[in-house]
Design a protein around this ligand. Structure first.
Ligand code: G3H
Ligand code: 13P
Ligand code: NA
Ligand code: ZN
Length: 328
């Protein structure tokens, strides 16, 4: 059944676990997340980006998620809008039935230009006022997601600052976070600690100089009652990278966020962990392998099945690693 994001995150805080928020774009991804959650008794956050709504269409996104509540009525489920670029976009999502929205005011409406603190406060507060009236939860973002190695946001298209970012913009300041929460009254805050969107996060296994998990502790100490959100949290499993490349893929060597670092962050207030890339890689690896090994096959269901199964496996693994077992 559809539940409130605020209640889900409050429960996670009370019991000390984190909830992966998986990006979904189609039927097979929704089924993969739901069946993984069902297997381990986890609560579910399904999130749709602007790209997802464009790919599938708003009504398909809405009804795919509603279909999930019918097929798995016993699983608590939140439908979250990922990276809203304006109050208007968030308003549209609320009208469509999303129970939670992200107003990403860290960037201007173009989704590329870093904004001022005052702009971020203004648009986020506007969304909070609109959303809280109808019981919808709001996530905001302070600081710009980007690599501490390169100063770049990491993704060629989609959400992310363009050009090189100042080192200071790449780490959310705890004092500023406190002022932001006070001024906006939001429910959850996405913070910048050195992660970035997409597969190409780090050129080597990350250590404290490029991934500032210590900053999570400082922020949590300052705003203990605000649920923290980690974007760009795919771990980019090396076995999936190898699988993809051994069946004709040409991904470059790269590293993601180690699960152990996420587990440490969960101890310090991170409750929502956004994951998209890991599912993309799991499905791509499975499809490449299946088609390479079965070149005579052409029934879409035959290659979608191993892709869905691979997505289910990675989702189940994250539910277990983040402490969701039996919490749904
Ligand atoms: O915010 C980034 C997510 O991975 C969504 O990606 O905009 O390509 O759907 P997307
Ligand atoms: P990844 O690209 O690391 O999976 O991050 C997804 C995300 O943050 C969606 O908002
Ligand atoms: Na989000
Ligand atoms: Zn994100």
């Amino acid at each position: 059944a559809l539940v409130s994001m605020r209640e889900l995150l409050d429960h996670a805080a009370e019991h000390g676990y984190g909830i992966p928020a998986f990006n979904v774009n189609n039927l097979e991804q929704v089924q993969a997340v739901m069946s993984a959650a069902d297997e381990v008794g986890a609560p579910v956050i399904l999130q749709a980006s602007a790209g997802a709504r464009k790919y599938a269409g708003e009504s398909f996104i809405k009804h795919l998620i509603q279909a999930a509540t019918e097929a798995w009525p016993h699983i608590p489920l939140v439908m979250h809008q990922d990276h809203g670029t304006s109050p208007k976009v968030c308003e549209g999502a609320i009208r469509l039935g999303f129970g939670s929205v992200m107003m990403d005011g860290s960037l201007l409406e173009d989704g590329k230009t870093p904004s001022s603190f005052d702009y971020n406060v203004r648009v986020t507060r506007e969304v909070v006022e609109m959303a809280h009236r109808v019981g919808v939860t709001v996530e905001g973002e302070l600081g710009c997601l980007g690599s501490l190695e390169t100063g770049l946001a990491g993704e060629e298209d989609g959400i992310g600052a363009e050009g090189k970012l100042d080192h200071s913009a790449l780490l959310t300041d705890p004092e500023e976070a406190a002022r932001f929460v006070e001024a906006t009254q939001l429910d959850a805050l996405a913070i910048a600690i050195g992660t970035s969107h997409g597969a190409y996060k780090f050129t080597r296994p990350p250590t404290g100089d490029v991934l500032a998990i210590s900053r999570v502790k400082e922020i949590h100490a300052r705003i203990p009652n605000t649920h923290l959100v980690m974007h760009g949290s795919s771990s980019v499993p090396q076995d999936l990278l190898t699988l993809i490349n051994s069946y004709g893929g040409q991904m470059k060597q790269t590293w993601g966020v180690p699960v152990a670092e996420i587990q440490e962050a969960i101890k310090h207030g991170v409750r929502k962990i956004n994951i998209d890339t890991d599912i993309r890689m799991a499905m791509t690896g499975a499809v490449r392998k299946f088609l390479a090994e079965n070149p005579e096959k052409f029934d879409m269901r035959e290659w979608m099945k191993p892709a869905r199964e691979a997505a289910r496996a990675i989702c189940k693994q994250r539910y277990l690693e983040f402490g969701c077992e039996g919490q749904g």
